[in-house]
Design a binder for this molecule. Structure first.
Ligand SMILES: Nc1nc2c(c(=O)[nH]1)N[C@H]1C(S)=C(S)[C@@H](COP(=O)(O)OP(=O)(O)OC[C@H]3O[C@@H](n4cnc5c(=O)[nH]c(N)nc54)[C@H](O)[C@@H]3O)O[C@H]1N2
Ligand SMILES: Nc1nc2c(c(=O)[nH]1)N[C@H]1C(S)=C(S)[C@@H](COP(=O)(O)OP(=O)(O)OC[C@H]3O[C@@H](n4cnc5c(=O)[nH]c(N)nc54)[C@H](O)[C@@H]3O)O[C@H]1N2
Ligand SMILES: [Mo]
Length: 702
């Protein structure tokens, strides 16, 4: 018998909330289709492959206990009783001797449903236990989320806009946003593609001629990574100089434009931040900057879509403050077809119940510093001395910065446990690995990153092997540790889902469960539109009541300038190339980065000019290195990347050889845990590196 069951992947992939149907034949998922109830919402290739990861031969099907040194990959299978008793005993022991804060909660992007959210469940479990050391911020948009409250106050949560408003745009600027590949919500790419087909011009500012740029026939402005703030200042310079800013309007919405004008014009310090000033910094010619400024100012409305990439760089905080300055200065703020702040503050999704947090006021460390917090503890200024880690839904060693430091941190722990579907580079360093259910094995609800809808899925099939959901694992462990009821609230997983739906705005529950999709009324909302229409009548909750392009609070808290500014990077003549490590359409982060799906793993894209300079062609091996480590990767020569920039897609699995050189192509071999600026957010683009033809490895003769 063939059934079609509504489902979604629940991955933190920018889509994640794509309406799918699982085709179930005799208890086996044989394929994935688009769910027609999702109307215009288009799933991506990763959604259509959901059953492949679920059914993969490499999937962990039983609890595993380390049976060799950490990292050796030697494990033995165990049953749940043994694995959970061991985990309860070791965690209980660390907590009893050293206190609750000695356990570090390492949760990230694993799964993101309303209930089966690995990060939230981990936090709730450790909260119910009495606390732990947690992580603050995230890898995605740490710098953006840090600065937006200074700009908008608590209304930061209402900035953003719905994808349907792209229809009102006369120009779309994708500034470091590769929306057809690195999705920012399920709808945005589709809407931008439809607008482009209908004739709306699209400009892509990106070191790479991305898939999106190519597919949309966009005008491509190649830029040196990490230098967007310099170009943005030069665009503002040109707008001020040419009198293209409606000052009365802009001043009614914001404070600080006068200071920004003094800064860019040179009145403040004698340095003009002109297009000629920006050219050598960002690699975009002064005439291209002038041309862009003219186009952006004369198309109204124009939508500037800031990708998260432009803030995952050194001083990424400033870039995001400048995108808002541009939106305000050009009169595009808070209007349909324009853009308002950032997409990472999604507008409200339809009301539904959610899992209550258990907050013990526990200490946190910035996520990018998790290895430092383990290695240095209180002596290094961190809030606790960590002796154990609980990892759920996080390939921390691979996806966090500085793999070598991460490995040292994992090796130094007394005990570590993780919930995983696969034996990832992180799982290899854990003492206990617990096999989790796949997205097709769990009932859940979810809401999207961007958009006004909810999805529901029943479990399509029962779990493979001994796999269990994170919820069930935590509930069992909590019971063994004596706080079962505090964790579960007396409900099992389906009890919680019933409650979430009962608390939702969905009127016809049966129809929702049947179709798997519920749409909110308005899908073309514009964040902060009421404020933009009547700034005096609906002031923002900021000191001035307006958008704070100049923020005294920011200056006070961070020691930086009150207005967004540019500081040149320290010179690094021995590291002449800049590395970017963007997302690929093939993967969600590192999922499928190992034995499965990592087709591009270990490939380094270099420009034709650089390939000539380096004397390499397709298939040759290049070594990419800095003080943090070294990678050897296969060359792919391309005309779609700026000279001086090299690209390794993020998510490939680390494969360090005995010489310490990574041959898996994991970009985080080269990233650092220092962080961006005041937000201490990750820096994963624009990393200075050296690139050389690799010496012929002896083992290539094996
Ligand atoms: N397929 C896929 N989509 C995803 C994800 C995934 O794993 N796979 N992950 C999701 C998640 S969690 C997140 S946080 C978002 C992240 O979304 P983003 O951060 O926007 O994604 P990236 O791929 O890092 O970068 C997007 C584009 O910016 C370019 N770029 C890199 N550095 C710079 C720079 O300094 N300046 C400019 N102008 N451009 C630059 C890259 O070449 C790339 O084409 O993506 C989401 N979407
Ligand atoms: N160099 C570089 N590094 C980056 C980035 C970059 O642009 N460049 N991007 C960063 C960004 S934006 C992000 S969000 C992070 C993401 O990094 P991570 O949060 O590590 O995300 P994933 O690699 O998807 O790993 C999630 C893990 O959860 C597992 N998993 C899947 N489903 C479940 C489940 O239901 N329960 C549990 N317990 N586990 C599950 C998967 O098998 C996978 O190993 O990476 C960051 N790292
Ligand atoms: Mo992310």
């Amino acid at each position: 018998m063939i059934q079609r069951v509504p489902t979604f992947c629940g991955k933190d992939c920018g889509g994640g909330a794509c309406p799918l149907l699982a085709i179930v034949e005799d208890g086996v998922v044989t394929g994935i289709e688009r769910n027609p109830a999702g109307r215009d919402l288009k799933p991506c290739p990763r959604g259509y492959e959901l059953h492949l990861a679920h059914g993969a031969p490499e999937r962990l099907l039983s609890p595993m206990i380390a049976d060799g040194p950490r990292g050796s990959g030697r494990f033995r299978e165990a049953d749940w009783d043994e694995a959970l008793d061991l985990t309860a005993r070791r965690l209980g022991d660390v907590r009893a001797r050293l206190g609750a804060d000695a356990v570090l909660a390492l949760g990230s992007a694993g799964s993101t449903g309303a209930l089966h959210n690995s990060e939230n469940l981990l936090a709730r479990f450790l909260g119910a236990a009495g606390g732990a050391t947690g992580l603050s911020s995230n890898y995605s948009n740490g710098a953006a989320r840090f600065v937006l409250p200074y700009l908008f106050g608590s209304a930061a949560a209402e900035s953003g806009w719905d994808a349907k408003t792209v229809r009102d745009s006369r120009l779309v600027v994708l500034w470091g946003a590769n929306v057809l590949e690195a999705r920012l919500g399920t709808e945005l790419g589709t809407e931008i593609a439809a607008a482009a087909r209908a004739g709306t011009p699209v400009v892509v500012i990106d070191p790479r001629r991305s898939r999106t740029a190519k597919a949309l026939g966009a005008r491509w402005i190649p830029i040196r990574p990490g230098t967007d703030a310099a170009m943005m200042l030069a665009v503002l310079y040109a707008l001020f100089r040419d009198g293209r800013i409606d000052r009365r309007r802009a001043d009614s919405l914001s404070v600080g434009l006068d200071d920004i004008e003094r800064y860019v014009s040179g009145a403040a310090d004698g340095v003009e931040r002109s297009p000629e000033w920006a050219e050598p910094r960002c690699g975009v010619s002064a005439s291209d900057i002038e041309d862009f400024a003219r186009r952006y100012a004369s198309a109204r409305p124009a939508m500037l879509v800031p990708g998260y990439s432009i803030q995952r760089v050194r001083d990424g905080e400033e870039t995001f403050r400048l995108t808002v300055a541009l939106q305000v200065a050009t009169g595009n703020f808070g209007i349909p077809g324009g853009s308002t702040g950032s997409l990472n503050n999604r507008l409200p999704t339809p009301r539904a119940g959610s899992l209550p947090a258990i907050d013990r006021g526990s200490p946190t460390v910035p996520i990018v510093r998790w290895p430092d917090a383990i290695l240095e503890g209180r002596a290094g200024g961190y809030p606790s001395d960590v002796a154990a880690a609980y990892v759920a839904g996080f390939n921390a060693v691979n996806q966090g910065a500085d793999c070598r430091k991460s490995i040292r941190a994992m090796e130094s722990l007394e005990f570590s446990v993780c919930h995983e579907m696969f034996m990832t580079p992180t799982a290899r360093y854990c003492d206990v690995v617990l096999p989790v259910a796949s997205p097709l094995e769990k009932e859940d609800l979810c809401s999207p990153w961007l958009g006004n809808y909810l999805l529901y899925k029943p479990a399509a099939v029962t779990p493979r092997g001994l796999c269990r959901s994170d919820y069930d694992i935590f509930a069992d462990l909590a019971a063994r540790l004596g706080f079962g009821a505090a964790f579960s609230g007396g409900l099992d997983a389906s009890g919680w889902i019933d409650r979430f739906i009962a608390e939702s705005e969905v009127a016809d529950e049966a129809a929702f469960r049947e179709s798997g999709v519920y749409f909110g009324a308005d899908r073309a909302r514009v964040g902060l539109a009421r404020f933009a229409a009547d700034p005096e009548g609906h002031p923002l909750p900021t000191p001035s009541g307006k958008v704070e392009l100049r923020s005294e609070a920011y200056a006070r808290d961070t020691g930086r300038q009150a207005i967004p500014a540019w500081v040149d990077a320290p010179a690094a003549p021995d590291l002449p190339y800049l590395l970017v490590s963007p997302k690929t359409i093939l993967r969600t982060h590192s999922q499928g980065g190992g034995a499965r799906g990592g087709a591009d793993a270990g490939e380094l894209t270099v420009s034709t000019a650089d390939a000539e300079r380096l004397g390499v062609s397709n298939g040759d091996t290049l070594s990419i290195s800095n003080d943090g480590g070294s990678i050897e990767a296969r060359v792919v020569v391309s005309d779609d990347i700026a000279a001086g920039v090299v690209c390794l897609h993020e998510g490939a699995w680390l494969e360090p050889g005995p010489d310490g050189v990574d041959r898996g192509g994991c970009a985080n071999t080269l990233t650092s845990t220092v962080g961006s600026g005041p937000a201490t957010a990750p820096v994963m683009h624009g990393l200075p590196v050296r690139v050389k033809k690799a010496p012929l490895a002896l083992d290539s003769f094996d």
